[in-house]
Write a protein that binds this ligand. Sequence first.
Ligand SMILES: Cc1cc2nc3c(=O)[nH]c(=O)nc-3n(C[C@H](O)[C@H](O)[C@H](O)COP(=O)(O)OP(=O)(O)OC[C@H]3O[C@@H](n4cnc5c(N)ncnc54)[C@H](O)[C@@H]3O)c2cc1C
Length: 444
Amino acid sequence: MRYDVVVAGGGVAGVAAAVGAARAGASACVIESGGSLGGTATQALVTPFMKWVSGGKPVVAGVFAVVLKRLVESGGADEREPAIFEPELLKVVLLEMCEEAGVDVLFNARVVGAEVEAGGLKAVLASTKRGALRVEGLSFVDATGDADLAALAGAPVAAGRESDGLVQPVTLMFKVAGIDFERFAEYLERHPEEAAPWVSVEHVRRAVGEGRPFSFAGLYRLVAETRAEGEFPEIPGIGYIAPLAAFPREGYAVFNNTRVCEVDPLDPRQLARATLEAYRQALAIVRFLKKRVPGFERCYLAQLGCRIGVRESRRIVGEYVLKLEDLVSCVEFPDAIARGCYAVDVHPLKPGEKGLWIPVPEGKSYTIPYRSLVPLKVDRLLAAGRCISAEHAALGAVRVMPTAMATGQAAGVAAALSAASGVPPRRLSAEEVRRELVKQGAML
Ligand SMILES: Cc1cc2nc3c(=O)[nH]c(=O)nc-3n(C[C@H](O)[C@H](O)[C@H](O)COP(=O)(O)OP(=O)(O)OC[C@H]3O[C@@H](n4cnc5c(N)ncnc54)[C@H](O)[C@@H]3O)c2cc1C
């Protein structure tokens, strides 16, 4: 098999890369180890899309904007609150978009090997039911989230916090159905102090009345009381309930409430242990909801994420390492290929530690330079999504889905231009990449 652009990993970044490459005129494929596209968003049930609008203006568009539109059209999101989407429909939207762009998708195919010739990546080997599959390419995008391809090709990689290698905690998302949101909203109106400071009870009330999705966090007192009675699990840093995607019309919500610290997501055994721990946390939370929270009396666990959500693992070390300071001071890089406006958001790495939350002022955004997609040492390879070259803390911001799609589309476009011209990504003109991205509707 041979393509101009080979993308390893079919998460949101990988899909944006493949579609971006195809729109730039390349033949492209996505090699995905699972059986659906969307990665963390679909397999780990992560919704909503975090912040991409600053001061009322979007800072990410391109393929991401098409996904949003298609989600609304397919009933997978509500145009009044498009950030909160239904992961099952995202699977359909992404696969259809690949088909329409002429991208070949390979499922149940895991990239397990890399052939490097004269310093440049030449082919990948994927493990499939038919045995090893060799896929040649003129350029490659590592969108595995874990920088698998870069590591296999011998490019320098890094993991976790610079001081001790610890990564952000893993979280198993879960879906609870059978919720009476009217009763829940009435309870909140009586106890507005139970809502997190950033939650407007009035907004929740209106969303429930109009059947519109909303995000919620709170119930501090109920959690504290239940914990005092020994009936709420000890979860590091979790003293609240967070149905981040609540769908009142359908009567269900997806919870971002479990947390397991000090796990190496690349270690299969540790991952299984953490998953079991998170299952137990989820079941205990559902028991709490049923017993203590008005509106949840008849609720039930409808779905556990197919896999635990990994916020951070391995990343490439690139021509430029994006710094926390670059984001905080909203640096305008001359070779910017993507923008973001989500806060620096690092959850506590171990029990007793504090996390990091540094929001971007409204109306501002930061940029991501092309050089942070280009790994050192190995040619014909780019990275996208949550494995680009960034400091641990900076990754805490650029990992979110809209930004991951923006870096994905940029990596795909660069890979296509490199394949067409024979100029390796390291020497490619960022200006040329930017021009094609603008043509494709990206916001720079
Ligand atoms: C609990 C949690 C909550 C979050 N909350 C939000 C939120 O509310 N909003 C937001 O915008 N972001 C959120 N994020 C961040 C965001 O979901 C991820 O960072 C983003 O989805 C990463 O996308 P990606 O495509 O780079 O990687 P991934 O989603 O990890 O996709 C990588 C894909 O590659 C595949 N793959 C891996 N290795 C291989 C291989 N060797 N061969 C072939 N395929 C491979 C995987 O199966 C997967 O499909 C959250 C993350 C977590 C874990």
